[in-house]
Each structure stands twice: as structure tokens, then as C-alpha cells.
Design a protein around this ligand. Structure first.
Ligand code: GRF
Length: 192
């Protein structure tokens, strides 16, 4: 089986990245993670990727000043040099330019810690608690040129429990993310 070549883009700890890599070890997994790329060299997930035996690349946004297009052209060059076919955003905390989104249209997915279309953007768990929601969750979706929008591939739901704080709810949602993301990536890869 030829496996789809995936790059995971991160900015932080990379727990979803690790879940994607671990799931890719299964013989019948239709994708492989060929590199992990961060927009800052201090992203802790880069070391974690190395420890998991996956190439880790930093394309430091600070080297490009305010020129986001130049930064993303450099990222694109790193990915194409590795014959990457799919991008999985996993806590990549920088808005992508329309140009980059267009290059990867239909081949770039993201995970978001809410049941979209509810709560795009930041502070999703605080907003769910403030609204008195009885359930929360996460969404994997295709990336389009709008924040946390784009066709939904899959969602997972978790209960909001009495006494939940942002931290307890975030931990419950994150555990669901680790199950959902590999399954949704497999589904997206199989659909093309
Ligand atoms: C996750 O909650 C993800 O949904 C959001 O950013 C967080 C990244 O966490 N986009 P991690 O770096 O994968 O641990």
C-alpha cells in the first residue's frame, strides 16, 4: 500500500501530533507522517517528534519579519522538498495566508476544540462553560480561507460535567481529540 505523505504543522506541545504519529504505526494505516514542522524553533513538539523518530523542521517566522507570504513560501518549499501530500494542522497558532490555503486546498485539515460551528477562535472551553452547555467536543475540518471554517470531516462529543473548570473540560476534550484526529485523517485520505 502506498501511504499518503503527511506533514503535521504545530506551534506548541504537539499532543495531537504524537497521536497522529502513533496511529500511523499500524500496518494498515493509509498515511505516514514524514515531517513535523513548527513556526518557531522552541515549540516543544519538535523534540517530541524527534523522540518519535520523525523529522522535525522549524521555519522561524521571526526570520521573515511581517512578510507572512515569504514565511509560508519557505514552509511550502520544505514540504514540497519532502513530497508532502497532506497537511494536518495540530495547534498551529498562526493564521495562514490565502495563497498558502489555496496551494493546499482539499489537502489540509485542522482540529479545533469545539463543536463547530460553535465557538470558532480562542477560549472555546471558557465559552462553552459560560454558555451552560451540557456537551462539548472537537471538530476536524478541511481548511478554507476563513478561521475554523471549512467542510467538517468528523466530530467527537464529550459531556460537560457539574463542577467542570476550563482545565478539566479541556483535558476531556483533548483526550477525545487524540482519538478523533487520526480517524478523521484516515477518512479524509481515503476519500480522495
Ligand atoms: C488542541 O486543543 C487543538 O484542538 C487546538 O490546539 C490544541 C493543540 O494541542 N487547535 P496539542 O499541541 O496538540 O497538545
Amino acid at each position: 500500500m502506498t501511504k499518503a505523505r503527511v506533514a503535521v504543522l504545530i506551534s506548541g506541545t504537539g499532543s495531537n501530533m504524537a497521536a497522529l504519529i502513533e496511529a500511523s504505526r499500524a500496518d494498515d494505516c493509509p498515511y505516514e507522517v514524514v515531517c513535523v514542522l513548527a513556526n518557531k524553533p522552541e515549540a516543544p513538539g519538535l523534540e517530541r517528534a524527534c523522540a518519535l523518530g520523525v523529522e522535525a523542521v522549524a521555519v522561524d517566522q521571526r526570520a521573515f519579519g511581517k512578510d507572512r507570504n515569504a514565511h509560508e513560501r519557505a514552509i511550502h518549499a520544505e514540504l514540497t522538498a519532502r513530497n508532502v501530500e497532506w497537511i494536518a494542522l495540530a495547534g498551529y497558532m498562526r493564521l495562514l495566508t490565502p495563497e498558502f490555503v489555496a496551494w493546499w486546498a482539499g489537502r489540509m485539515i485542522n482540529i479545533h476544540p469545539s463543536l463547530l460551528p460553535k465557538y470558532p477562535g480562542l477560549d472555546t472551553h471558557r465559552r462553552a462553560l459560560d454558555a451552560g452547555d451540557t456537551e462539548a467536543g472537537c471538530t476536524v475540518h478541511h481548511v478554507v480561507d476563513a478561521v475554523d471554517a471549512g467542510p467538517i470531516i468528523a466530530q467527537a462529543r464529550v459531556p460537560v460535567l457539574a463542577g467542570d473548570t476550563v482545565e478539566t473540560l479541556a483535558a476531556r476534550v483533548l483526550a477525545a481529540e487524540h482519538q478523533l484526529y487520526p480517524a478523521a485523517l484516515i477518512q479524509a485520505v481515503a476519500a480522495v
